[in-house]
Structure formats: structure tokens, C-alpha cells
Write a protein that binds this ligand. Structure first.
Ligand SMILES: Cc1cc2nc3c(=O)[nH]c(=O)nc-3n(C[C@H](O)[C@H](O)[C@H](O)COP(=O)(O)O)c2cc1C
Length: 199
């Protein structure tokens, strides 16, 4: 293939990526309620209002709590051997996006109606926001380490929600295959949990 053609293809891909990438507001990484009080307030809540959206600022803060970059290219969550295997997908009723922690952006990977596929429980189907906790099995194949990473990220989401007045619950009861397809997961990515969030 000629160089000119390659450059044209690369430009096209880059412009499509730019069109599909949403820059989130910068996460608010200071303040918040006292940690001990937040831990005491953490709980699962399922009575989520279908009609009240989660703000982009809260979404940015949630994603940072779960998997933001904090020190030396590392994250809010520890990973065994620093494999950094977590991948987060943001699911709204009409869109699926992949979180890019390096530049705090969301890349759209699918659009459509995801209300049925997102959960087996009604509150999840009508919630404004679900976040899929996915692991890259090429980076980390050991299930106990994958479970640690996703569990720690889930707890951080719980804690952020507790201090921000948001409701959340982590879910393992999923339509694994159908939802993995909706997320367009590559073969090396494994869906473990989905966390439902709202008011
Ligand atoms: C690994 C895991 C999977 C869970 N899966 C579901 C689920 O599929 N649906 C659901 O409604 N709650 C689910 N939960 C939430 C638990 O029911 C909840 O954490 C438990 O009842 C304790 O309540 P608490 O979180 O308020 O302390 C899950 C929790 C964990 C830790």
C-alpha cells in the first residue's frame, strides 16, 4: 500500500476517534466527606430513580474513584504485579462507551437500546447509568487477582456514591454473553460485574 493511502487511512481513523471521544469534566479529587463516615454510609440501594440522570461531573468522579491514574501511571486501585487489567465501560440506556483513564475521555463503542441487555433485574434496566467492570485477561489471567481488582474498584464506586448522595449496587447476576456482545468486548476481555448507579 502506498504511503499516501496509509496516511489517508490513519487520518480517517484519528478523526473518527476524535468524533467518538467525549472529554469528561476534570475529576474533583479533593474534599469529600470524612472517610470513616463514608464507610459507615456505604450500602447497596436498588430504588434508583429512572428519571434523574447522573451528572457528567459525578460520572467523571466515579470513574476516577474506580480507576483514575494517581501516581507513576498507576491507579486508585492496586493490581497484582501492576498488570492494570481493569477496563471500564459506561452504559447508558442508549450508548456504551469505554473509559480511557489516560486522558479522562469516553470512546463510544456501541449505540442502540441497552435497557434489556444491561441486567436481569428491573431497577438495572431503568437506571440512568451502569458501569461494567471488565478485565483484560491477556494482562492478568489469574481469577483471584481479577476478582481483587474489580472488587476494589467496585468498593471505590460504593464509597464515592455514599459520600455524593448517589445510590449504587454491584451486580453479578448478568446476561453475560448478550451484554458482552453489546459491549463489543474483544476476545481477551472478560465481563465480571456491573455496577448500577443513580439517584
Ligand atoms: C460479588 C457481588 C455480587 C452481587 N450481585 C448482585 C446482583 O446481581 N444483584 C443485586 O441486586 N445485588 C447484588 N449484590 C449486592 C448484595 O446483595 C449486597 O451487597 C448485600 O446484600 C449486602 O448489602 P450491602 O451492600 O448493602 O452491605 C452483589 C454483591 C456482591 C459483592
Amino acid at each position: 500500500m502506498k504511503l499516501k493511502t496509509l496516511v489517508a487511512i490513519a487520518t480517517l481513523i484519528a478523526s473518527n476517534m476524535a468524533v467518538n471521544a467525549e472529554v469528561l469534566p476534570a475529576p474533583q479529587t479533593t474534599g469529600g466527606a470524612p472517610l470513616m463516615e463514608v464507610m459507615a454510609a456505604r450500602k447497596s440501594q436498588r430504588d434508583i430513580n429512572p428519571n434523574e440522570a447522573v451528572s457528567r461531573q459525578d460520572l467523571s468522579n466515579i470513574l476516577w474513584a474506580a480507576w483514575g491514574i494517581t501516581h507513576d501511571g498507576k491507579h486508585t486501585v492496586a493490581t497484582a504485579m501492576n498488570r492494570q487489567e481493569l477496563v471500564l465501560y459506561v452504559i447508558t440506556p442508549t450508548q456504551v462507551s469505554r473509559f480511557n483513564p489516560e486522558d479522562n475521555t469516553l470512546t463510544v463503542v456501541n449505540t442502540g437500546d441497552f435497557t434489556e441487555v444491561v441486567g436481569r433485574q428491573d431497577f438495572a434496566k431503568t437506571a440512568p447509568l451502569n458501569i461494567a467492570l471488565v478485565v483484560d485477561t491477556d494482562k492478568q489471567a489469574r481469577t483471584e487477582f481479577q476478582a481483587y481488582t474489580t472488587g476494589a474498584a467496585s468498593q471505590n464506586i460504593y464509597l464515592y456514591c455514599a459520600q455524593a448522595g448517589l445510590k449504587t449496587v454491584v451486580r453479578a447476576m448478568l446476561n453475560d454473553k448478550a451484554l458482552s456482545d453489546a459491549l463489543k468486548l474483544p476476545a481477551n476481555e472478560l465481563l465480571l460485574y456491573v455496577q448500577t448507579i443513580g439517584h
